[in-house]
Structure formats: C-alpha cells, structure tokens
Design a protein around this ligand. Structure first.
Ligand SMILES: C[S@@+](CC[C@H](N)C(=O)[O-])C[C@H]1O[C@@H](n2cnc3c(N)ncnc32)[C@H](O)[C@@H]1O
Length: 398
C-alpha cells in the first residue's frame, strides 16, 4: 500500500448510514466477545474480528477495498510492471519444475492473477493450475468476474480454494501484502516491564487495558526484543505476530517442492524493534487516508502491521524451509528485468512512456515502495539461485 499523510480524525470522510450500521453490528459482536471473555480481549482477537468476522469483518464484508475507489492501492494495482517482473521470476521457477502450479494467497481484486497468467501465457510458461486461496466470498466473486472478463480462455486453469489444499503442492506460492494483514498482539513497556495491550469496552467505545503477559508472549518478548528492550523508553509500543509460526508450518507441510515468495512492508528484527520506533507499526487505511486508530469504524477500514522478516525467516526455518533470498522490492524488480520491460513495452504515445515511468518510480523509489517493501523467498528442495535476488541479497540482515 502507498502511505498517504497521516491525518486527524475529523478530516476523514464520514461513512454513510448503511456503512455505519454495518460497523455498529460488528462493534456489537466484538462487545459480546468481550463480555463472554469476562474482560478485555487480546488485540489479536480484536483485529481478527475487525478484518475477518464472517459477513462483518473488513475483508469478509462487501466493501470495495482495492484501487482508487477503495481504501488503498497495492503494487499489482499500480502497475502491470510489478506483475510482469514477478512473472519473470515465476518463469524461472516453473522452467525448473515442469508441471508445477501457482498458489496465490489473498488474491485481492484478482488483478495480479490475471496479469500474471497473461504474461506467462505470452511466454509459453503457463502453470498446470492457478490456485487462489480466498477467504472472502465477496472477493472471490469479484475475482471470478475479472478472470471471466479478461482471460476467459484461461478460466479453466483457475481453481478457488477457501483453505490450504489437502494434496501436496509443487510450484510457486505467492503472497503480496498478506503477511501485514495477519492479526498481531500489541505490547507496551511500562516501568521497565512489558504488558499486553488488550481491548476493553468502556461505555460505548473500545479502550486499552494493560494485562500481564502470558508465558508464551513473555517468551517471544524475551527472544525478539532481548536485552535491547532495556533501553527502550517508557510507553514504548510494539506488535508481535504469533500466527506466522503455525501458518508457515502448514505451508511448508503442503509444499513438496518449490518456492514461496512474500512481498510486504516490514523490516529485519533489529529495525523492527528499534528504540526509536516508539509507537509500533500498526496502521489503518480508510479511503486512502492513513492513521493509527484501530477503533475507528471497525469493519470499514483495513488494519495492518509491518512484518518482522526475521520472525518469518525463523518460522520458515522451524518449518524446514530454506531462506533463499531477501531483498527490497526495488532490487527484486530490477533483478527481474524492470528496465528491459520498460523499453520493451509497446508504448503508443509519449504520454504512455511518462505514465510508465511514473509507475516504475512508485514501485522502486526509496521514498515510495522501493525500500519499505521487501521480498523474501522460502524454498523446499529447490537449490537454483533465484533471479530476483541476483544482486543485493540481504539475508545477512535477518
Ligand atoms: C492487503 S490485502 C492484499 C490483496 C492482494 N494480494 C493485493 O496485493 O492487492 C490482504 C489479503 O490477504 C488476505 N489474507 C490475510 N490472511 C490470510 C491467510 N491466512 N490466508 C490467505 N489470505 C489471507 C486477506 O483476506 C486479504 O484479501
């Protein structure tokens, strides 16, 4: 996603009455959960409900999320250049493993799937199947519509899933901006001790309550933050994603042979848990405004946290995967021939050339997506060096 300027709440667009009623239904459900719990719930549970509560959560409800009419724009929506470069990487992998498939996690609008399949078709490198794991019925319908409109002749090779496949999988697993949408715990340091920041119900609003860490969270705080945390200032807030461990375990169990590529915004651990990152990484996206209040219009806005890529690498390692590359989005795209693609693209006018240059800058400039976004490659039984990490492989920073 592209970060716009942080805004004060009063300048945010007010939802219409239907949307507000939808949000209030979700708030009611969350309040019931707090009551059933006889007290504050963890932030990870709140975030899970805000994003994925069946029929009500941001990703499970029917709101328009992606693109200019939605709340945020992701790289595949900004430019086909992104997907063309990703296709170059997929081609290299598929050429080493004939009869392999692609599994895309959280395919959003379906734009990346369409562009990727078109690009692979043009290069005679179509996968056996293109699986799309989509949890939201509404998004699945939008994806199906797009595939049938744009690439009807390839529709038969696309298979939708609502959970990970049960059969072993060989090929490429892709997740663009999926990790940042995973629910996280929030923590705060007070008087030299870390506490969990939980969600309580105060009147008709949600509030924060500090709760003693359970042993699992304490263990992760000790390992991830370590002694560096002693120097963190009082009031330091941060996040921890614990779902990544079982989730990567499942992905690794499924993969017989192949490559997992995650593209997302985040940092290696020493940058993530940095003494100056005092307010954590939680961000909310609402109609192209970015702010940090997860309690605003639950169900109508996206909530995200940056990715601790060291945790991803650790979870992958525990799950028996190799960490085969880690670099910035800019380098990944350039290593996959971005410049060549720009010169090759059939441009009909000078305007097209200007527009393509603008898109490439958004994808690669350090102040835009180029450095904030990283790409990590996790592999199983695949030892060929991956094109996307040919230069500037930064695994040593993890
Ligand atoms: C920010 S959107 C990104 C959509 C799309 N990949 C793009 O780049 O435009 C995050 C998506 O990840 C999905 N997601 C989150 N956790 C997931 C999981 N455990 N398995 C599959 N999809 C997941 C969400 O449902 C949502 O559709």
């Amino acid at each position: 996603m592209i970060i716009s300027k942080s805004v004060d709440h009063t300048s945010l667009p007010v939802p219409d009455s239907t949307a507000l009623a939808h949000s209030q239904r979700l708030c009611h459900r969350i309040r019931e959960t707090i009551q059933l719990n006889s007290g504050a719930i963890s932030f990870t549970r709140f975030m899970e409900m805000a994003l994925y509560e069946p029929g009500l959560g941001y990703y499970s409800g029917g709101a328009h999320k992606f693109g200019s009419a939605g709340d945020f724009v992701t790289a595949p929506e900004i430019s086909t250049l992104f997907t063309q470069c990703l296709a170059t990487q997929c081609r290299q992998i598929i050429s080493e493993m004939p009869q392999s498939s692609i599994l895309e996690l959280g395919p959003g609008s379906g734009r990346m799937a369409c562009d990727l399949l078109q690009e692979l078709e043009q290069n005679n490198a179509l996968p056996e199947k293109y699986f799309m794991l989509e949890l939201s019925a509404d998004l699945r319908q939008r994806q199906q519509q797009r595939i049938h409109e744009k690439i009807p002749h390839l529709a038969n090779s696309v298979v939708w899933l609502d959970r990970l496949p049960e059969q072993p999988f060989t090929g490429v697993i892709l997740g663009n901006e999926v990790l940042d949408a995973m629910p996280v715990y929030r923590l705060i340091k007070q008087n030299d001790i870390f506490y969990e920041l939980c969600v309580s119900n105060t009147g008709d609003a949600f509030g924060w309550e500090t709760v003693t860490l359970n042993s699992q969270l304490q263990q992760h705080v000790d390992i991830r933050l370590g002694e560096a945390a002693l120097g963190f200032p009082d009031g330091y807030i941060t996040e921890i994603n614990l779902q990544i461990y079982p989730w990567l375990n499942s992905l690794a169990g499924l993969l017989t042979r192949g490559v997992i590529l995650f593209i997302d915004y985040g940092y290696p651990r020493h940058d993530y848990y940095h003494p100056q990152r005092t307010e954590g990484t939680l961000l909310c996206h609402y109609r192209h405004h970015v702010h940090d209040d997860p309690y605003l219009y639950p169900g109508l806005q996206d909530i995200t946290a940056s990715v601790d890529f060291t945790a991803v690498a650790e979870a992958a390692d525990h799950a028996g995967l190799q960490i085969s590359g880690f670099t910035t989005q800019a380098h990944f795209l350039m290593n996959n021939g971005l410049e060549k693609l720009m010169n090759q693209n059939q441009l009909t006018s000078a305007m097209d050339r200007v527009e393509l240059g603008r898109q490439a800058r958004i994808l690669t400039m350090p102040g835009e997506m180029g450095e904030r976004f990283k790409v990590i490659a996790l592999t199983k039984d695949f030892s060929i060096p991956l094109a996307g990490f040919r230069t500037f492989d930064q695994r040593s920073r993890l």
